[in-house]
Design a protein around this ligand. Structure first.
Ligand code: ZN
Ligand code: ZN
Ligand code: ZN
Length: 163
């Protein structure tokens, strides 16, 4: 499994699935899409017999302990775990960057820097020239199938359109 580059929609806070919904902090999909996905998953699980369910859980557990006992990352199962942890370098870094991103965003907002790249933001905005351009393009795309006046993300990010 190759790691995918960050979805441009996700970095702009828009759902990677429907390109319409607004993202919370730690998800790549909006609430609506997560709900849809959960329903599909629930259906699949509902069809499972208790034996199948047990076997599935057992597989997950076994993999976890196998990896852990052989010093392999329990998350990706690909790289060696860092000494004293159950995760590899990459998975540890990912977890850290996840924790960092909210406070980093706040810090950048505070200092008047672009919340995506940290370069100086256009005065009065939350993004640099380049990212404002990107945002406008993304939103123009998304806007072809959304209601401008009602969309909470658009309302929230009005500053993108005011120029
Ligand atoms: Zn969505
Ligand atoms: Zn890993
Ligand atoms: Zn930027």
């Amino acid at each position: 499994m190759r790691e995918k580059a960050e979805d441009p929609y996700v970095s702009l806070g828009i759902c990677s699935r429907c390109h319409k919904g607004i993202l919370g902090t730690q998800y790549k999909m909006c609430a609506e899409c997560r709900e849809k996905k959960a329903k599909v998953e629930a259906k699949r699980l509902a069809r499972e017999t208790p034996e199948q369910a047990e076997a599935r859980k057992e597989r997950v557990r076994t993999r976890y302990y196998m990896n852990k006992s052989s010093g392999i990352c329990v998350k990706c199962g690909k790289r060696n775990a860092v000494c004293g942890t159950v995760l590899c370098n990459r998975c540890l870094a990912k977890r850290r960057s996840c924790e960092k991103s909210t406070s980093q965003r706040e810090y950048r907002e505070d200092k008047g820097l672009c919340i995506i790249c940290g370069r100086p933001a256009v005065s009065g905005r939350k993004h640099c020239e380049e990212h404002l351009k990107m945002l406008r393009k993304t939103v123009a795309n998304a806007a072809s199938h959304i209601d401008y006046t009602k969309h909470p993300w658009i309302i929230d990010n009005k500053h993108i359109f005011e120029n």
